[in-house]
Ligand binder design. Structure first.
Ligand code: ADP
Ligand code: ZN
Ligand code: ZN
Length: 749
């Protein structure tokens, strides 16, 4: 007898397993793997929704209940997705529903409030032949001008949505009803796609003749692809070396082999420019997925993928779940970006998902970056990733001239403003010569650190060598890693100056100051505040270019992907705020950001200049970035990581315990810590720290306590997580204290 193994759509951890149900005779043709069904559950046999994960034959059906109903017309999860759900459940110690939520678009799942469905639109079409229609119109049978307009429009189009007819012809629905009664036209409900860029025409592009550097890389990639075996590549290539062109040629190769590809880009790089390039090359074979699509639009893009109507998906992190069934290639561009790590449950990294999917499909995985993450580069030197380097820009354009300004000297010379004299002079020059300037301000990690503006000293943790974070409520400085704390100093412990205070400026303040300094200049600002609308990102950039605005002020958002030939000057206002985010990756981020922001200058004919303002002009990451020298940065950084035992030499895991009741949260965190200490034998290779108050000690009225684990064996951490999850699941519910766990989080807060 056939039975289905079913996972409940919305269950607590306790019921989070696969249950067998009999498939009744009348549903035998409708039930398939990956489809949703309604089943009776529990003593009361209430109806609940679930996913069929497996069909199997068995004779032991005595105690089994039967499926009541089938929800979907076609499966919402394919076989690959079902396997991936099972894998994620183990790897991220999450529930089935958490993993499933990643794979189906919002609105489809059972637990979501808004249901999105295929969009069915009422369309009108002619019920008569064209000659007949012509005769009606010309032969005076129809006299009313409004009716004639409808018939004329329908003669030119097979179908038109009634709502469009109303909009374009200006006639009312009753006119159409009249025509329909006379039998001239008819209505039909048709399923349509909400195409986010409907009507937009993309300039088509052909594959370019590759240069020799590109050719070498492509040959390696193709050779690997033909082997039909899982392999990982890192393309480390300077910006403008032609990586994207390589991606596109590999995708074509993959398509020609009848397989599908996914391209991941950071959300902020999903600029119209990027979308245009892929749409221009591959047209309607591409689905595009990003967070600014409406629910309906996202649902439709997902459906195109599921139904095999496209073979390429371009998108941000979540696109790694594009439900293809014959995946051959995944490209992760700007692989070093934070945005590939999910910060909500399940806390997956897109790289791990990509790897898991391609392993089972024997596909290839390509990471691309001009500034690879230290971990990826390390594995390309000492691991399974194959390294491909590209050192030249396609158009032989030179890298911009980079200069650092020591802000301590500015203060010494009596300049207390946030702009150095040098930067002011250069901006003035750019305004006069009608060239554009970008001013960049780091906002990542809103943490604020304490810096002496006289001598450049930054307050650091003596144990972790990481900048301490300033907390205004108790005037103390705290280490995000070990919990070390110290009182905020009144005078600099090194030079005794009073110019020691916490550091941090907003883009708005910069804008005000710039307008004061340069009343004649046009200024535009781009940050989270100014880009909340659906197209505002695009509008700001379009205006910057089209109106030749003098100065663009912005945060991380403007760091990459933008190509404005008339930008010849880039100012980086507080390089120190990148160096002191209280994160062990601070130097890495600094190197990456300076490199990327600098890359915005001098993309046209006129060479670019970059000015970096800092209180720490001897820092190795700033110096390496100025010299465009990734390798020297890497060598210094990797030896520091090894010395201080940070990734890739170990894994850092955190458990956050949070609740409205501070005491209850603390108590549970102590219990969890003790449980771990009992089972987890620490040695020189591993450690448990805490519980200590989390740096973000209270969010939405919940107090947060944190336990930190260090261990080079990831599997060991996963098994600890599993154990914690099992042991404290019930207690967490009864005491209303939640806990969440993460391995190698992108921030430690
Ligand atoms: P990256 O992704 O490494 O920044 P791109 O692929 O965007 O580099 O290439 C930079 C520029 O050079 C783009 O305008 C691209 O169209 C152009 N380009 C890339 N490859 C070639 C080539 N082989 N011949 C001519 N132009 C190219
Ligand atoms: Zn000092
Ligand atoms: Zn510390």
């Amino acid at each position: 007898m056939k039975v289905a193994s079913v996972v409940l759509s919305n269950s607590t951890r306790k019921f989070d397993k696969e249950y067998d149900y009999i498939i009744p005779e009348n549903l035998i043709n409708e039930v398939s793997e990956g489809i949703r069904v309604i089943v009776p559950f529990g003593n009361s046999n209430r109806s609940v929704e679930g996913y069929v994960f497996k069909l199997k034959d068995t004779d032991e059906t005595d105690k089994l209940k039967s499926i009541k109903k089938v929800v979907d017309k076609s499966p919402v999860l394919n076989e690959d997705m079902i396997n991936l759900v099972r894998w994620m459940k183990d790897r991220y110690v999450c529930c089935y529903k958490d993993a499933i939520r990643c794979m189906i678009p919002p609105g489809t799942g059972a637990d979501s409030k808004t249901k999105v469905k295929e969009k069915i639109v009422k369309n009108a079409f002619l019920n008569i032949t064209i000659p007949e229609a012509l005769e009606l119109v010309e032969g005076d049978t129809i006299k009313k001008i409004q009716q004639i307009r409808v018939i004329e429009l329908l003669m030119e189009n097979d179908y038109i949505p009634v709502s469009d007819l109303v909009r374009f012809s200006g006639v009312s629905r009753s006119v159409m009803e009249t025509l329909s009664k006379k039998g001239y036209i008819e209505f039909k409900d048709i399923e349509t796609n909400r195409e986010p860029n409907a009507g937009k025409i993309y300039e088509s592009s052909e594959p370019m003749l590759v240069n020799s550097e590109q050719d070498n890389v492509l040959k390696e990639l193709i050779k690997s692809f033909e082997k039909n075996k899982f392999e990982e590549f890192l393309i480390h290539g300077v910006t403008g070396s032609g990586k994207t062109e390589i991606y596109m040629q590999m995708i074509k190769h993959c398509c020609d082999a009848g397989k599908q590809s996914i391209v991941l880009v950071p959300e902020i790089s999903l600029t119209p420019q990027m979308i245009e390039r892929f749409k221009g090359r591959f047209g309607s074979r591409v689905a595009v997925i990003h967070s600014k699509l409406s629910l309906g639009e996202r649902f439709d893009q997902w459906r195109l993928i599921r139904d095999g109507k496209v073979d390429i998906a371009v998108g941000a992190r979540s696109a790694v779940f594009a439900p293809f069934d014959n995946l051959g290639l995944i490209i992760i561009d700007e692989e070093h970006e934070n945005t590939y790590k999910s910060e909500i449950t399940p806390k997956y990294h897109a790289k791990e998902i990509a790897k898991e999917r391609l392993k089972s499909k024997n596909g290839i995985l390509i990471y691309g970056s001009a500034t690879p993450s230290v971990e990826t580069y390390y594995y390309s030197k000492n691991g399974d990733i194959k390294l491909q380097e590209m050192n030249f820009r396609v158009n032989k354009m030179n890298m911009p001239a980079v200069k650092t300004i020591d802000m301590r000297k500015e203060l010494e010379n009596g300049n207390r403003s946030m702009f150095s004299d040098n930067l002011i002079t250069e901006i003035r020059k750019n305004i006069d010569e009608k060239q554009q300037t970008i001013l960049f301000l780091n906002k990542r990690g809103s943490a604020s650190f304490v810096l002496c503006r006289a001598c450049g000293l930054v307050m650091r943790c003596p144990n972790c060598n990481i900048s301490l974070t300033y907390h205004s409520h108790n005037e103390r400085l705290i280490c995000h890693y070990c919990g070390f704390t110290v009182k905020n100093p009144k005078a600099c412990p090194k030079c005794g100056s009073n110019y020691i205070k916490h550091f941090g400026t907003g883009t708005q303040k910069v804008e005000e100051e710039i307008k004061k300094q340069f009343p004649d200049a046009s200024v535009i600002r781009m940050d989270l505040d100014t880009t909340t609308g659906k197209n505002s990102h695009e509008e700001i950039l379009t205006s910057f270019k089209k109106d030749n605005i003098n100065i663009l002020i912005g945060t991380q958002m403007i760091a990459k992907g933008l190509d404005f030939p008339n930008v010849t000057l880039v100012g980086i206002l507080a390089a120190d705020s990148m160096l002191n985010t209280g994160d062990f990756r601070a130097s890495e981020r600094t190197f990456q950001l300076i490199t990327q922001v600098s890359g915005r200058a001098g993309r046209g004919k006129i060479p670019g200049r970059v000015i970096i303002q800092t209180y720490n002009d001897g820092d190795f990451s700033i110096n390496a970035a100025c010299g465009n020298d990734y390798r020297s940065f890497y060598e210094t950084e990797i030896s520091l990581r090894e010395k201080l035992a940070y990734p890739p030499f170990t894994n850092i895991a955190i458990i956050i315990v949070s609740g409205i009741d501070d005491k209850a949260a603390y108590d549970l965190s102590v219990e969890i810590k003790n449980e771990i200490s009992d089972k987890f034998k620490t040695d020189e290779d591993s450690d448990v720290l805490g519980p200590a108050r989390s740096p973000l000690s209270k969010i939405k009225n919940k107090y947060r306590w944190r336990i930190v684990l260090k261990c080079s064996d990831k599997d060991r951490i996963i098994s600890i997580f599993e154990n914690v999850s099992k042991t404290f699941e019930k207690k967490s519910r009864t005491s209303k204290v939640a806990f969440s766990m993460d391995i190698n989080p992108v921030n430690m807060l």
